[in-house]
Design a protein around this ligand. Sequence first.
Ligand SMILES: [Zn+2]
Length: 274
Amino acid sequence: MAKLSSATQRPIPVNYTKGGQTSVRGVVVHIMAGTLAGTDSWFRNSRAQASSHFGTGKTGALYQWVDTADRAWAQASGNSTWLSVENEGQGGDTLTDAQMNCIAEVLAWAHKVYDVPLQVASSPSGKGLGYHAMGGSAWGGHTSCPGSKIVAQLPQIVARAQRLVAGQSIEEDPLAGMTKQDIYNAVWKTDAIPAPSTSSTIKTNPTWEAVSVLSDIANRVRSTEATVTAQSATIKTLAQALADRGDPVDVDALMKRITDAIESVTVRLDVDEK
Ligand SMILES: [Zn+2]
């Protein structure tokens, strides 16, 4: 009895050899040329004379049809020494990310239970993660199963199984190999934020880097601070002028005093900004 606990158990009553798995060299990848549901139904029909140990659906379903102590009928003379995984899809498809994860789970489990090495196999005399076509005519001559695109995905599946066995996250860390500077550039130096509506170049430069938005805000804050400082000085001057109202009010002189006060502050601030 050997069952993968994370797989949905869908035992079939026919189309397999009870106790017929003599050894496990590895796991063979197939393409259904059909759906998971259709295959699930077909394997229960004694006319099929076909089955596999496992099956995946494009969205991540993982079925186990045949106990791995028993021989499934998927790759002719390779049946008694290899486990099999059928995958939903058509010839020429690539496996979905979810399907690759499912196969990686099967391979990692076969590694623990049967000591299958975590590597790609390319012939029936090898060991690891293989594919139907590698068996040639002895395996039924299915030269297009599962197709070259899926064969090209096998190294990625092996890498995922290695991460699973090591207790790591199954999928590659997307930040792996990135430096802090790379992450800084991706976040702060990528044109992604709508330009401020007041930008004079909004038509030719509609999106800004985050760092430009930040420095624009800083400039506006400094400008606002300068205005507030100038206005405070104005108010003080005005208050002083009003307090001095012993004499008749000379409006022109008062205005000049205010203007001079503002200019002196503004000039000083301009100098400060450089
Ligand atoms: Zn096949």
